[in-house]
Design a protein around this ligand. Structure first.
Ligand code: ADP
Ligand code: MG
Length: 403
């Protein structure tokens, strides 16, 4: 697979699929991490004398929901909000914006672009054909460029026009396509969690978060690869109920009980469940918050308890590789953050382990509690990192780049 450093693009126009899907509030960027993460690739291309055309989706636009919804989506998720900030991240570089996603004026703007200049296109999802990988749209976008670079890890699991159709066409035309530095880094780190080497054992996975149904494929995949799987978060209660426990008013997915039971059988002791919980009488008036082994009628599990923290710390000792997805409790509320903090800290303090976070909320938790820099890799793509594990490392937006 080619990487952006391998490309000879002097005087060429390079279309770069970036992930500029940043959180916006009233047109203000609340976190520019994703923009900053794309800079090494953009700078590499500029230094090589290319002109750079950036395109990305931003937020959701509901094309099915009629004119009003489309208009609202477009106003809320206008890529123009990002131009000034992008320019400030690239001092000395001429950064411009093009509102048109198709047609003559786009073509002319692109033709006028000089080496060393950057053009940011409008939100790709303004076009209804983007998410359908519409061949006409892909053809038009492909016609803008001499080369293509994929640096949008967060959307590499989507087979859209900008992530799949365009590179497919350019590749067929014999034009160079490559991965950007951000995707290269993600692939290197997550591949290690997928193709496990002996020196990376014991390999421990920690899974939490909300729903079992969201994570079935991840659990199945990790069961084959890991030596231990520690389960926390709201997922716990479906597993506990499957074992016959009374989990009170805790969130349970009743349609996943059979799966959970089968999973525990097949896991043959690999899956470790919490031995105590922080529970509340949440739906009454939150008067009671206590540690409890069994959850029991009228109570809701909100976090793993202190004995479980000790158990998980013990299980993590000596681990050579850790994959973490999903908070251990409702960490957004300080009363229920202790489990997530302790687990993040225990992983962060492992002396010589390769440690990876995949999952948006887990990454946010690690950042919030100050452990982010202690991990070997924190994926920028929540959904994409999970799909990487589920599919044994084969994401369409990355595979299409392969020679
Ligand atoms: P990630 O984005 O890391 O994959 P998820 O999206 O699966 O994680 O889950 C994150 C959410 O799970 C958080 O908002 C957290 O509050 C919630 N959660 C964790 N434990 C519980 C629990 N015991 N009860 C309810 N929600 C929980
Ligand atoms: Mg999430």
């Amino acid at each position: 697979m080619k990487i952006v450093r391998d490309l000879d693009v002097k005087g060429k126009r390079v279309l770069v699929r970036v992930d500029f899907n940043v959180p916006l509030k009233d047109g203000e960027i609340r976190d520019d991490n994703r923009m900053v993460a794309a800079l090494p690739t953009i700078k590499e291309l500029l230094n090589k004398g290319a002109s750079v055309i950036l395109f990305s989706h931003l937020g959701k636009i509901k094309h099915k929901d009629g004119e009003e919804a489309i208009k609202e989506g477009k106003t809320k998720n206008n890529m123009q909000y990002l131009v000034d900030h992008l320019a400030s991240l690239l001092p000395g570089v001429n950064v411009s914006f093009c509102n048109d996603l198709r047609g003559k004026s786009l073509k002319e703007t692109v033709s006028a672009l000089k080496p060393g200049e950057v053009l940011l296109m409008q939100n790709t999802r303004y076009e209804a054909g983007e998410q359908k990988n519409d061949p006409e749209l892909a053809k038009e976008w492909a016609s803008l460029a001499d080369a293509y670079v994929m640096d949008a890890f967060g959307t590499s699991h989507r087979k859209h026009a900008s992530t799949y159709g365009v590179p497919e066409i350019l590749k067929a035309q014999g034009k160079p396509v490559a991965l950007g530095f951000l995707v290269e880094k993600e692939v290197q780190a997550l591949s290690r969690c997928v193709d496990v080497k002996d020196e990376d054992r014991p390999y421990v996975a920690i899974l939490g978060g909300l729903k079992v149904s969201d994570k079935i494929q991840v659990i199945d995949s990790l069961l084959k690869k890991c030596d231990k799987i520690l389960i926390g978060g709201a997922m716990t209660y479906t597993f506990k109920k499957a074992l016959g426990e009374d989990v009170g008013i805790s969130p349970v997915e009743d349609d996943q009980l059979d799966y959970a039971r089968r999973c525990l059988e097949e896991a043959d002791g690999k899956i470790i469940l919490p031995v105590d919980n922080i529970v509340t009488d949440a739906f009454k008036d939150w008067t009671i918050k206590k540690v409890s082994k069994e959850i029991g009628p009228g109570f809701e599990g909100m976090d793993i308890g202190p004995e479980t923290i000790k158990l998980f710390q013990e299980e993590l000792k000596g681990a050579k590789m850790v994959f973490w997805n999903g908070p251990m409790g409702v960490f957004e509320q300080s009363d229920f953050a202790a489990g997530t903090i302790a687990v993040a800290e225990a992983i962060a303090n492992l002396p010589d382990a390769f440690t990876v976070i995949g999952g948006g909320d887990s990454a946010a938790a690690a950042a919030q509690f100050g452990f982010k820099d202690d991990f070997s890799h924190v994926s920028t793509g929540g959904g994409a990192s999970l799909e990487m594990i589920e599919t044994d490392g084969k994401l369409p937006g990355i595979e299409v780049i392969r020679d």
